[in-house]
Design a protein around this ligand. Structure first.
Ligand SMILES: O=C[C@H](O)[C@H](O)[C@H](O)COP(=O)(O)O
Length: 218
């Protein structure tokens, strides 16, 4: 199977976690896009969605799926999203598509986080994929200097402005054994909006696309 076929398989498998008549949390990226396309097939059975990016909002709307403002809803049973890396404790590294902050907000509201990935994303130690950090533009140099003090190599992601009007610094050279501690330390740097470690709020279920089918890891 190709990587895209594995992504499509997990996107479809996640539909089983969507309760009838609910509002569903929808993530961002190529894997989440397959979930959105599968969701379109059952759109008559849900009220609609909340979404972590303008790109996903546009895709949901193109399928005729109603999109709600997160502030108008009281409960969110499930959030479905991809990841750039996930470890065996179901801690994730996210934000390759620059949507990390809205993803973290929706994940905080959701009762269950269902992570959908092809098997290339499962790692023993997070950090080979550069860790994205969303930063207020005027704090760029300050945040970069503080990241160096933590042992990382910061790189400004040129030409990218997030949906929130901020910039992204990608942190290279990390081998993240203490993910919750690093998530907290990075968030304490003044000027950081959030970082792409999802260690405090991990996934509840991983649907992993493999050559032998979709594996469920809890
Ligand atoms: O900002 C983007 C998100 O964190 C994505 O969930 C992540 O980058 C994975 O995307 P993809 O499914 O395209 O690999």
């Amino acid at each position: 199977m190709t990587q895209n076929e594995l992504k499509e398989a997990v996107g479809r498998a996640a539909i089983a976690y969507v309760p009838e008549n609910c509002i569903v949390g929808v993530g961002t990226g190529s894997t989440a896009n397959y979930f959105i396309d599968a969701l379109a097939e059952i759109k008559g059975q849900i009220q609609g969605a909340v979404s972590s990016s303008e790109a996903s909002v546009a895709r949901l709307k193109s399928h005729g799926i109603p999109v709600f403002d997160l502030n108008t809803i009281n409960e969110l049973p499930v959030y479905v999203d991809g990841a750039d890396e996930i470890n065996h404790q179901l801690q994730m590294l996210k934000g390759g598509g620059a949507a990390l902050t809205r993803e973290k907000i929706i994940a905080a509201v959701a009762e269950q986080f269902i992570c959908i990935c092809d098997e290339s994303k499962l790692v023993d130690v997070l950090g080979k994929f550069p860790l994205p950090v969303e930063v207020i533009p005027m704090a760029r140099s300050h945040v970069a200097r503080e990241i160096v003090k933590l042992g990382g190599h910061p790189a400004y992601r040129e030409g990218v402005i997030t949906d929130n009007g901020n910039i992204i610094i990608d942190v290279h050279g990390l081998s993240i054994s203490q993910a919750t501690e690093l998530e907290t330390k990075l968030n304490q740097i003044v000027g950081v909006v959030t970082n792409g470690l999802f260690a405090h709020r991990r996934a509840d279920v991983l649907l992993l696309g493999t050559a032998n089918g979709v594996k469920t890891i809890k």
